[in-house]
Design a protein around this ligand. Structure first.
Ligand SMILES: [Zn+2]
Length: 319
């Protein structure tokens, strides 16, 4: 695994002088922008005894091989996605385990002990307070890396005892270049649907055939055929579909007033055409209806929603 191109400057910031590496490090930035991958590579680099200066890990030594088999005795990782669903919050028991981990000395002479808490905003208060205690008296040669997309949820006292490193999401050019280098440039037209985030786009790749099918039907505007709707459309849940319809109708509205598209730039000509044939007040009514359906869909009392009505209203947008 390599550092993503849009994280190169973060890598240089942190590893320019490893001696200045602090005990506590918080990597924060937008979700799904690759911060967790960065933290994983950084922890491997810190544990690899062959790595020098700002170089990455060597990949050949015993430490790297233990890391790869997730059995390195000097590495402690709390990965929220691997926790059981009933324990999806980082709780105090895990931080107690972390304390015990730091009490044992490193297996390597002069080696570091490294802990990574992924998505640290998922820590509950008791766990946060216990972590703070460890950060107040950090063991020698220990590094605790926290990753988060919710910096404001972390205790101010944890932040003040850590070095903060801000990450950004890739620019449009960085994102499209990245897709090209991994031979996925055919996905570039859908980049904006994932807020310009190529990693979220790649993670969602299994939905692209469905996306293309639905967009193909939406392009028909007034001629949208209700019999084309099928159960597959709801396979990701109603919210996924409503989000897609919101983005599609947003682009029609945007095109009507500015001749531009945000989410579907590759569908420029058809969206311009649909916008020309649309009625502004029906379009706004449709968008209001989508917001209402979204509220129903997320409310604890699940009201039955007549899905055909959504698409009947969609057809009414067009003259
Ligand atoms: Zn190594």
């Amino acid at each position: 695994m390599n550092i993503y191109p849009w994280h190169q400057s973060n890598w240089k910031n942190l590893f320019f002088d490893v001696k200045r590496f602090s005990h506590g490090l918080i990597l924060h930035g937008p979700s799904n922008s690759g911060i967790n991958d960065f933290a994983s590579i950084a922890s491997k680099k810190l544990i690899c005894t062959n790595s020098k200066g700002s170089e990455s890990y060597c990949g050949d030594c015993q430490n790297c091989s233990w890391f790869d088999s997730q059995s390195h005795p000097d590495l402690f990782a709390i990965n929220n996605s691997s926790l059981e669903e009933t324990k999806s919050i980082v709780n105090i028991d895990l931080i107690r385990e972390l304390k015990v981990f730091f009490e044992l000395s490193s297996h390597q002479k002069n080696g570091k002990k490294v802990a990574v808490i992924y998505d640290a905003h998922q820590m509950n208060l008791a766990a946060s307070n216990a972590l703070l205690k460890i950060l107040e008296e950090p063991p020698n040669d220990s590094v605790i890396i926290l990753t988060t997309s919710g910096l404001s949820s972390l205790l101010p006292t944890i932040k003040s005892r850590s070095r903060l490193e801000a990450f950004h999401k890739p620019s449009y050019t960085e994102a499209t270049n990245f897709l090209r280098t991994i031979n996925k440039d055919n996905l570039s037209p859908y980049l904006q649907l994932h807020n310009g985030n190529p990693l979220a786009l790649i993670n969602d790749h299994e939905n692209h055939p469905l996306l293309i099918e639905i967009i193909h039907c939406l392009k028909l505007g007034k001629k949208f055929n209700l019999s084309d709707i099928n159960g597959q459309w709801f396979s990701n849940g109603l919210l996924w579909l409503i989000n897609l319809l919101q983005k599609w109708s947003y682009d029609i509205l945007l095109s009507k007033y500015t001749n531009q598209q945000h989410y579907f730039p590759s569908e420029e000509s058809i969206i311009n055409q649909l916008a020309k044939n649309s009625n502004a007040s029906a379009l706004l009514k449709f968008q209001k209806m989508l917001i209402d359906v979204k509220l129903y869909a997320t409310s604890p009392v699940n009201k039955e929603i007549n899905l055909d009505i959504i698409f009947i209203d969609y057809r009414k947008i067009f003259i």
